[in-house]
Design a protein around this ligand. Structure first.
Ligand code: 1HE
Length: 274
């Protein structure tokens, strides 16, 4: 894939041999994280999962949004099955918890993350995509949970996150029957919020990331950290938490200046999209 038409790469870092990490945008505000293990369809071995965790823990302070995608014909083939060796129950528990810790850093980390999807988004690859805040899929994307046919179960948070996207009944069907969703149906059921022509997922995700990076940081923080918790709370508690978050967000100097910009005619109006 050719990514060269995108804005200038400001800085590229070596974090792991199978991850390309770079900062883009005028102020290095967008981090691009690319899985580069295409020979193995970006299958996630333990080293890659730990590297993703570390990367989100040590995100440079200038970053305001991130895009994650995969090199080669597929986004991600999930867990590296060659590492699925004999584990006793305790080791299996810790392995799953390691995935949880890493994907929690993605979901509840420092910045909103936009997944640019293409080809296979399966098993742990779907779990990784589900931990992101926005998913952009191109027409080549397909979604599956082959764990059912491999005699295992999801272990990277999929049992919690995937039903929130598509409902428990659809996830049960996928795992029981091996059902594969194509890109169009995947968007309809809620896997992706955007569907774009083949080869355009990264560009769309990057465009969205630049837009997201312009939001007040506290608004993005509220959407990442408060909204999912409010959604889990009983209504009475949710309303209260919402009020607390709203009060904190509106008191920030950035909110005051943005409101003044609108009231004094300097800010863009909301306009109907084409
Ligand atoms: C792999 C993996 C993998 C490919 N682990 N090596 N995930 C799965 O069950 C999906 C398994 N993979 C596939 O179904 C297919 O590989 C794909 C549909 C993703 C891609 O097909 P294709 O034809 O483009 O590639 P390929 O020829 O199948 O694979 C190319 C190489 O990648 C090949 O290795 P090679 O040395 O023979 O070239 C494959 O063995 C290797 N490869 N996928 C290891 N997953 C936290 S729990 C999560 C639990 C799960 O994720 S379970 C679901 C695992």
């Amino acid at each position: 894939m050719n990514y060269n038409h995108n804005p200038i790469i400001q800085k590229a870092f070596m974090t792991h041999p199978d991850i390309h990490f770079e900062l883009r945008g005028d102020e290095q505000e967008v981090a691009v994280i690319r899985l580069t293990r295409s020979a193995k369809r970006n299958a996630l071995n333990d080293g890659l999962i730990l590297a993703l965790r570390d990367l989100f823990e040590k995100m440079p302070a200038c970053v305001r949004a991130a895009v994650i995608d995969g090199d080669g014909p597929h986004f991600c083939a999930g867990l590296d099955l060659s590492e699925l060796k004999e584990r006793d129950a305790g080791q299996g528990l810790h392995h799953s918890r390691m995935w949880h810790a890493a994907l929690e850093r993605v979901q509840f980390g420092p910045v909103p993350v936009i997944a640019a999807l293409h080809g296979a988004v399966v098993g742990g690859g779907l779990e990784l995509a589900s931990a992101c805040h926005i998913r952009v899929a191109d027409e080549s994307t397909f979604y599956a949970l082959p764990e059912g046919s491999r005699g295992i179960f999801v272990g990277g948070g999929g049992a919690v996150r995937i039903p929130k996207l598509i409902g428990a009944a659809r996830m049960t069907d996928m795992m029981l029957t091996g059902r594969v969703y194509n890109a169009q149906d995947g968007e309809k059921v809620g896997f992706a919020q955007y569907l774009v022509p083949e080869g355009q997922a990264f560009d769309k995700a990057f465009e969205l990331a630049v837009r997201v990076a312009q939001n007040a940081p506290l608004t993005n923080y509220a959407l990442m950290h408060a909204l999912p918790r409010i959604a889990e709370q009983p209504a009475d508690q949710g309303f209260f938490t919402e009020a607390m978050m709203a009060a904190i967000a509106q008191s920030a100097p950035e909110a005051k200046s943005r409101l003044a910009d609108f009231l004094e005619g300097r800010a863009a109006k909301v306009r109907k999209q084409d």
